[in-house]
Design a protein around this ligand. Structure first.
Ligand SMILES: NC(=O)c1ccc[n+]([C@@H]2O[C@H](COP(=O)([O-])OP(=O)(O)OC[C@H]3O[C@@H](n4cnc5c(N)ncnc54)[C@H](OP(=O)(O)O)[C@@H]3O)[C@@H](O)[C@H]2O)c1
Length: 262
């Protein structure tokens, strides 16, 4: 309430879910992604529904210099971010040897580099906000259940999400005295544009989770007195994540390799 949250990847899927819940709770928003029209429509929708103020900043996070530009823009507008939702991300389905170079590069640029640079740039402000507004400041990095094991044919994506999980859990510890809520959100397959962008079908008979279900898991973790270092959305996903962490690596990668053939 009365603070500002920045959401990357706010033009679609989970980013839109975060925007609605944070606006409903009274936060002003900074919405960023490449598709300007979607962001502008969302800003109007949020203003009508919740009376919230949204600043729209179109940006390609794969471009070199995107994060310094974003941070400069925030400074010029005198926007102090109390909550950062590093949500923008995408995967590319297929073997590494067959993947176009720009898709390989951009997965690391968006999922890893931009997330790290933006977190580094905004973290001092998030920590100050946590001191000023106890329970009103948070850092959520969107990882994935892909973070818990290597995934052939989604190799770069899964490795990037393992990085996000590891980074976030370390930051959870580093910031524990500041009151900042830090967590890595690990959704499993969810009904968004992710699979269309990755150019594959979700595969298998599994039910996709809805954005609302994933948001319920994310905000339950944020609202808990002790926010956990990561949260896996959904019971079935929690079981598979646990199994992946417990079984021998060779067996795990063999299973994920077979499943990703579908
Ligand atoms: N859906 C799933 O099954 C699933 C499962 C686990 C984790 N996740 C993670 O959840 C997060 C959100 O994805 P989603 O499922 O909501 O998929 P989505 O509907 O495809 O949304 C992805 C968002 O990321 C933004 N984005 C992608 N590339 C970008 C770039 N170069 N610069 C700026 N923004 C960029 C997109 O905006 P523009 O295209 O407008 O730029 C869009 O707003 C991602 O980190 C994804 O890896 C998804």
């Amino acid at each position: 309430m009365g603070t500002t949250a920045l959401i990357t990847g706010a033009s679609s899927g989970l980013g839109v879910g975060f925007a609605h819940e944070l606006a409903r709770r009274g936060a002003d928003l900074v919405l960023t992604a490449r598709r300007l029209e979607r962001l502008e429509d969302l800003a109007v929708d949020l203003a009508e529904k919740y009376g919230t103020v949204s600043t729209v900043i179109p940006l390609d996070l794969a471009e070199p210099g995107a994060i310094p530009e974003l941070v400069r823009d925030l400074t010029e507008r005198d926007i102090r971010v109390a909550t950062l939702i590093n949500n923008a991300g995408f995967g590319h389905f297929g073997t590494l040897v067959d993947a176009p170079g720009d898709r390989v590069h951009d997965q690391v640029a968006v999922n890893v580099a931009a997330l790290t640079d933006l977190t580094h740039a905004l973290l001092p402000g998030l920590q100050s906000a946590a001191l000023a507004h106890p329970h009103g400041a948070a850092l959520v990095n969107v990882a994935s259940t892909a973070a818990f094991q290597p995934v052939p044919r989604l190799a770069v994506y899964a490795a990037a999400k393992a990085y996000v999980l590891s980074l976030t859990e370390a930051l959870w510890y580093e910031t524990r005295a500041t009151g900042l809520k830090v967590t890595a959100l690990c959704p499993g397959p969810t009904e968004t544009e992710f699979y269309a962008v990755a150019r594959r079908s979700p595969g298998g008979p599994r039910r996709l989770m809805s954005v609302d279900e994933v948001m319920a898991a994310a905000f339950a973790a944020l609202d808990a007195p002790r926010t956990p270092p990561h949260v896996v959305a959904g019971t079935q996903n929690r079981i598979t994540a646990w199994l992946a962490g417990s079984a021998p690596r060779r067996a795990v990668v063999t299973v994920t390799g077979r499943l990703s053939r579908r």
